[in-house]
Every structure is written in C-alpha cells, then in structure tokens.
Design a protein around this ligand. Structure first.
Ligand code: FAD
Length: 426
C-alpha cells in the first residue's frame, strides 16, 4: 500500500500548479523540492534597501491567460512596463534602420514558422544551418535573427535543432509584447502564494535522488528516506530529470528523449538608479546589442524601484560565466552608459544572478533540444510511464519556456494523474 496518492518532485510553477490541482481534486499529495525555497527558475533577491526583485522569471503579457488568472486570484499587483521613448541600439544605428532590421527578422521568423517540417531537405538541420541557407536575405537580418535565437533560446543557433525551434516557437503565440507586464511584488512572491496552501505537504531541501518503480506503487528516495505513492510527477526540466537514478532502467526511447536536451545559458542583472534619467532624453531604456550578440536591456521601473534589467543569453553568458562577476557588472554599466548616457555610470544598486550550470536547473531560460534525431522527444516524454509523468515548462502545449507554460504543463500533468487514479473529471 502506497504512503500517498501522488508525489510531485519539484516546486517550480509546474510542480506547484500540479500539486494545487491535485489537492483541489481531493488527492493526498506530497511535493518535494531540492532547494530551500519554492519557485525554481522563478526566484528573488532583496536589495540593500529592502526592495525585492525578481532574479529569475519576471515578465508576463495578457496572452498568458492562466498566469494572469493565477496572479489575479492571489491578489498580485500587475505593473505595466514602461516602453515610451526610443529604442537604443549598440553599436548605435538610426532608429529607422533598427526598425527595418527588426521587420526583416520578424519576416524571417514567419518564414521559419511556416516551414513544412516533413520536407526531407529540412531533416536533421540545426537552426544555424537553416540560417546559412537564407542567402537571399541581407546579412544584417540573418545576423539579427542569430542574435534573437541566442537571446531568447540562450544557445548558439549552431547547437539548436531546427525541428525543435519551429515546434517551440509555434506555441509562443503572444500578440502582446512578452515583456508587457510584471508583478510589483515579484513573480517569486506569487510562487510562494501558490505554495502556501500546501503547508506541511511541501518538503523543502528534499532532493529526489532515485526512483524505483514497483508493481503497485512507485518509491522516491529523498535524502535517504523512501516514500511511496501510486503516481509520481517529475516536475523538473529534462536535464535535471536525467540526473535522477530510475530503476528499472527507463525504456530506450525515454532515455533517448531525456538525453536530447541541453540547458540554455543565461545571466540576469538588475541595475538600479535614483531616477529614470533615460526618459529625459526620449529613450525607452530598452537597448538591443548586435555586438556583443545575446544582450538586451529593458526598463523595469515601478513605484518602488527604478532600474534596468539586462539579460545575457547563449555563448555570451557562457563566456562571462567563466569570468569574475565584478567584471561583468562593470562591463554592463559601461555598455548602459554608452547607450543611455553618463548617468548610467552611477547606479544605486546592482544585482546579478548567473544561471549557467545552476545546481538545480543547470541553466535557463529553458532546456532546448540539440539532438537532431530526436524530433519526437517531447511526445515520448509526455507519454511517460503508467506511474511516472514528466512535466515542465519545456513540455507545455502553450508558451513552453515561460511561467505560463509551466502552469499549463502542471495542470495537464495533474489531469493525466487523475485519469490514471481513476478520478472522474469534468
Ligand atoms: C533569468 C530568467 C529569466 C526568465 N524570464 C522569464 C520571464 O520574464 N517570463 C517568463 O514567463 N518566464 C521567464 N523565465 C522562464 C521561467 O522562469 C521558467 O520557464 C519556469 O519558471 C519553469 O518552471 P518549471 O516549474 O517548469 O521548472 P523549474 O522552475 O526549474 O522548477 C523545477 C523545480 O524542481 C526542482 N528540482 C530539480 N531537481 C530536483 C530533484 N532531483 N528533486 C527535487 N526537486 C528538484 C528545482 O529546484 C526547481 O525548483 C525566466 C527564467 C530565468 C532563469
């Protein structure tokens, strides 16, 4: 007889959404989390003046309806990002030229999304190889498309499977800008609010190290203590799932599907200022770098904080990961000064979070498929095993790689578990 109905491994938004849905359906659920906190790739830090800032997932937009609903239900304060003013480019180019390149990049993205992936000439291609074939498109546009892949998927286009990117990007369907809004009290506080009703059913600092599938139950080993359940949801990204020893060994297709992914590389910095001085110059505070590629800045000021968030993604983040943090902070402040003006040289606070090789996610913003022979990896993982379900934002039918995707993935996994437990669902 199993100790519980369900064990959920991981208390990121996927695990929290799954746990909440299962508890609401009347299941006996235990949620185990390796870190000493909930939220996973959503986390926060406190600045010296006590202001809380998101150092992981932060932004949302109106299209992310499940996240918006969860935020409303928990009384989260939604702040509209400030975008008024001109976009800056580094190296500097006239705004019209920047807009023309951006239009070209959007068209190239549309072309990619419209590809017929059953065409044999597209089989086993990396995104980089596909970009190389676009010989009729201006190099500044293909170059900026590469930059977009590095910045959003946080890997070099040469690493990423084209089939994966097409499938992934087709599920990112926002009409509104993805940085449209954020939560004034942090996205991390929302994760904590989601976790609150779990009470002592949530165990922190409880990494699952091994899973044993038995005839009538499934055992999860946590810090040397074994707990059993009828069903398990592994709510961790694929690269973390493959670190858990599973016996008997997973069937070969599942092993291959788990091995198909590599983590993205991302570093996030928050540079705080006394006031939004860039607005005096008619600038929005948003900066796009074409050199170095994979760097982007955005105004994240609200009534309790004034500052610019800077993201580094892909090879640029891996490169800086190997250097002293203080050097990166100095480099970023120098770049902001060049883009926004001399006032940028005098921040009131700096905060940096390097997600490269993170202990419990191995990277960010999401894992990506790099195995060119693994077009079915997501389907195989979603199929899972009768008692073992794989769920994470990466595997979401909508907004994979985003907090919205995590909520949807968690709820979908909960539905599969309820079906396996024989619960009747509406
Ligand atoms: C810097 C950064 C910026 C981002 N910006 C945005 C943004 O603006 N908007 C947006 O929508 N998304 C953003 N994202 C992405 C978003 O945060 C993620 O897609 C989402 O949070 C993933 O949720 P998840 O629950 O699927 O995975 P995770 O959050 O990774 O949760 C998995 C959990 O499992 C735990 N775990 C791992 N292994 C084990 C184990 N063996 N035993 C027990 N527990 C384990 C981990 O500690 C973690 O808590 C960003 C991410 C980062 C890092």
């Amino acid at each position: 007889m199993a100790d519980h109905d369900v064990i959920v491994v991981g208390a990121g938004f996927t695990g929290l959404a799954a746990s909440r849905a299962l508890i609401e359906a009347g299941c006996d659920v235990i949620t185990v989390e390796a870190r000493h906190r909930v939220g996973g790739r959503v986390e926060s830090d406190f600045l010296p003046d006590g202001t809380r800032v998101d150092t992981g997932g932060q932004f949302l937009c109106r299209d992310m309806v499940n996240l918006v609903e969860v935020a409303h239900r928990h009384g989260a304060r939604i702040v509209r990002s400030s975008t008024e003013g001109e976009q800056s480019y580094r190296p500097a180019i006239p705004p019209e030229a920047g807009e023309a390149i951006w239009d070209g990049v959007e068209q190239l993205r549309e072309k990619m999304l419209a590809l017929d992936m059953s065409d044999p000439s597209l089989a086993r291609l990396t995104v980089g190889q596909w970009i190389d074939r676009q010989t009729d498109i201006a190099p500044e546009i293909t170059g900026s498309f590469r930059r977009l892949v590095k910045g959003l998927w946080c890997r070099a286009p040469e690493d990423v499977s084209l089939a994966y990117l097409v499938s992934n990007d087709r599920r990112i369907t926002n009409v509104y800008p993805e940085l449209e809004m954020f939560l004034g009290d942090t996205m991390h506080a929302l994760a904590e609010a989601l976790a609150a009703p779990l009470g002592d059913r949530l165990r922190l600092s409880a990494p699952a190290t091994s899973i044993t599938m038995m005839d009538d139950s499934i055992e999860v080993d946590i810090n040397g203590q074994a707990i059993t359940a009828r069903q398990v949801i592994l709510a961790v990204p694929p690269v973390m799932a493959r670190r858990i020893e599973i016996s008997p060994a997973l069937p070969a297709p599942l092993q291959k599907a788990l091995a198909a992914w590599e983590p993205g590389c991302a570093i996030k910095l928050l540079i705080g200022y006394e006031r939004p001085f860039w607005r005096d110059r008619g600038l929005s505070g948003s900066v796009i770098w074409s050199d170095p590629q994979g760097m982007y800045a955005f105004d994240t000021s609200h009534d309790a904080y004034c500052g610019i968030v800077v993201f580094l993604g892909g090879p640029l983040a891996s490169e800086w990961h190997r250097k002293p943090q203080a050097d990166l902070v100095a480099f970023v402040i120098g770049e902001l000064t060049a883009a926004l003006g001399d006032d940028a040289a005098h921040p009131t606070s700096t905060c940096m979070r390097d997600w490269v090789n993170d202990a419990w996610s191995d990277g960010a913003y999401s894992d990506v498929i790099t195995d060119l022979d693994a077009a079915d990896a997501e389907d195989v993982l979603l199929e899972g095993l009768p008692r073992l379900h794989f769920a994470c934002s990466e595997l979401s039918p909508s907004f994979p790689g985003y907090v919205e995707g995590a909520i949807v993935a968690g709820r979908e996994a909960a539905k599969s578990v309820l079906a396996a437990l024989g619960h009747r669902q509406e």
